[in-house]
Design a protein around this ligand. Sequence first.
Ligand SMILES: *Cc1c(COP(=O)(O)O)cnc(C)c1O
Length: 420
Amino acid sequence: MDTFAYRDGRLFCEDVDVNAVAEEVGTPVFIYSANAILDRLNQIEKAWAPLPHMVCYSVKANSNIAVLRLLAEHGAGMEVVSQGELFRCLRAGVDPRRIVFTGVGKTAAEMEYALQENIFLFVVESLPELFRLNEVAGGVGRTAQFAIRVNPDVAAFTHPHITTGKAANKFGLDPASALEAYRQSRDMPHVSPVGIHMHIGSQILSSEPYVAAVRKLLLLTEQIADLGIELKYFDLGGGMGVIYEEGQRPCTAEELAGEITPLVKDLDMTIIVEFGRFVVANAGALITRVQYLKETPLKKFVVVDAGMNDLIRPALYNAYHRILPTMNPASEFIEADIVGPVCESGDSFAENRELPAVKPGDCLAILTAGAYSSSMSSEYNSRPKCAEVLVSGDRSFIIRQKAELDQLIENETIPDIVIG
Ligand SMILES: *Cc1c(COP(=O)(O)O)cnc(C)c1O
């Protein structure tokens, strides 16, 4: 499905002209296709259908409550990494019994909140965290179901900042320490071991690292069983990659499930998957308006009204995003850097990019901006967070208003001592 495609020279998202949205809502603006999101969820559901399974969408990829509700309405559970994300899920109407809480640094307050909301599963990443969980659960009179995140020490062949399953990463426990944690949990009355977890990285294009990691976790699962602990959930984490650049060929949901299923089908365990990027990345674009064309002796620049505060992936990961004009792509091409207004040289969306000639006032669509884009945005340079729009068929809905200037300073105060 081509979510963003030209019709008579105008770029559409489903049946909505993105130029009309840019006109009405203003720029920059994120536009998401509801049907593209659901299509991806369906691909995952179909791929894992032969096994008992649960799809927990990774909220940090795109945490707009309309997106969360859309996915929950179609059967998804959620994977959260903070109290704030859990709050979003609850406000969006997600069933807490379908929420998995992961992350290396859960505070006691976060645990207590999650226990009181009766979430399904805590993914624990260290022995001290397990002790704390036991204590907090005892304090509120509940039992916490947990899985240990195992660091399988496999290379995911992705960007170093988004590889998480190597021994040197901060995530999870090595297999021996994980086994020890399960062993010690037998003396902890307020926690109950129900699962085992891995998450080896993000934007992973092949199934091989998953297969290698699953094999390691299977060995460990046997050793855990020898302790008399029968686990019911095998959580594979997220990480499936998407196409950012033409020519990329990530493994499909079906291919990945096809590789893993034979390894786990006789386990009598429910498979959990926590995909984020795969579900939302290609469903979204950031629409931005060209402000100036600027030429220096060395370079051409297209200066746009979106900045690294809106979409930080190019600055943070050197990530590549396809960029298309939203109207009548000219037959004439220019080569230019596409840059934002933020006062950082890193505030660039593309370097030496060949693109159809554009002029001030034209809009550009920065594609594959549905994941880790709005959710990573900030107000740096005191730029209010931009609007988000959800499209379904020929209808579009504002799911986040552009922030007002007043909201930039709403939590700030000037104490008397600084007033002359
Ligand atoms: C971020 C994260 C995910 C989702 O990763 P994607 O690459 O977006 O699929 C899943 N599980 C955990 C524990 C994560 O931290």
